[in-house]
Design a protein around this ligand. Structure first.
Ligand code: CTP
Ligand code: MG
Length: 249
């Protein structure tokens, strides 16, 4: 294995609109502590010695803006590239992956919407892939009990069953992969989509599972939560303020 192969590359899907966050700029460009979510997320990856290159999949009409933003924030001298993202998260990841040099053997995929992931999580995911896993997801136990329902929005929904909470995990990013595995499942998903097949997945490990691969879970972190709704931004501001007060973050 040469030096480039040993270092992971990261794809950061950042092309979503952030509809659940409400009106405003695309979510990845919304600010947390005066800095765009995307910049926090890229910095979190760049802080890891396991990561040598970061490829951002930006909103298709915002590539130049994102390049400018990343240029104006110091990023530890890491190689950061920007490509146009797609209409779904899955497509954005596929487009980002296509921009990674072929000799890179380990790829992490990290949501721009998870700005506060601790570097320990990034390192642990990369280390698990380096140790031989083909797909690794960080995850945390659930606080709430979960019920499966017959979907019936706006009306009382009949409960089907209650999975045993002890066996459930809420998964986060970065998710880590052998590059070959990730490229192959994305190519297969694209081929199936073209045949009018299965709908896109909401995480990359889901594609590996779909095609029979083996995914393992490592501990995630409560601060790696995804900014999805307005309250998440309030929580993120509080976490950032606590970090800045305690360690000059
Ligand atoms: N994403 C992307 N391309 C898309 C859709 C989503 O790159 N076409 C990215 C988002 O930018 C985000 C990550 O995938 O970093 C996780 O998606 P999500 O939290 O659903 O973000 P949005 O799709 O932006 O939000 P919403 O679903 O509320 O519109
Ligand atoms: Mg979305």
């Amino acid at each position: 294995m040469n030096a480039t192969a040993a270092v992971a590359a990261a794809v950061v899907p950042a092309a979503g609109r952030g509809e659940r966050l409400g009106p405003g700029a695309p979510k990845a460009l919304r600010e947390l502590g005066g800095v765009p979510l995307l910049v926090h997320a890229v910095r979190a990856l760049a802080r890891s010695r396991a990561v040598g290159l970061v490829v951002v999949a930006a909103p298709a009409d915002g590539v130049a803006e994102v390049v400018g933003l990343l240029d104006s924030h110091g990023l530890d001298g890491k190689d950061v590239r920007v490509v146009a993202g797609g209409a779904t998260r899955q497509e954005s990841v596929r487009l980002g992956l296509a921009a990674i040099p072929s000799e890179v053997e380990i790829v992490l995929v990290h949501d721009a919407a998870r700005p506060l992931v601790p570097v320990e999580v990034v390192d642990a995911v990369a280390a698990a892939v380096r140790a031989g896993a083909e797909a690794v997801v960080p995850a945390v136990p659930l606080a709430d009990t979960v019920k499966r329902v017959e979907s019936n929005p706006g009306l009382p929904e009949p409960v089907l069953d209650t999975p045993d909470r002890a066996t459930l995990r809420a998964v986060q990013t970065p998710q880590g992969f052998r590059r070959e595995t990730l490229a192959e499942v994305h190519a297969r998903a694209l081929a199936e989509e073209a045949r009018g097949g299965l709908p896109p997945v909401t995480d990359d490990a889901g594609l590996v599972e779909r095609f029979g691969g083996r995914v393992v879970v490592v501990p995630g972190h409560e601060e790696a939560f995804k900014v999805t709704r307005p309250l998440d931004l309030v929580l993120a501001e509080a976490v950032l303020a606590r970090r800045r007060a305690s360690d000059g973050y």
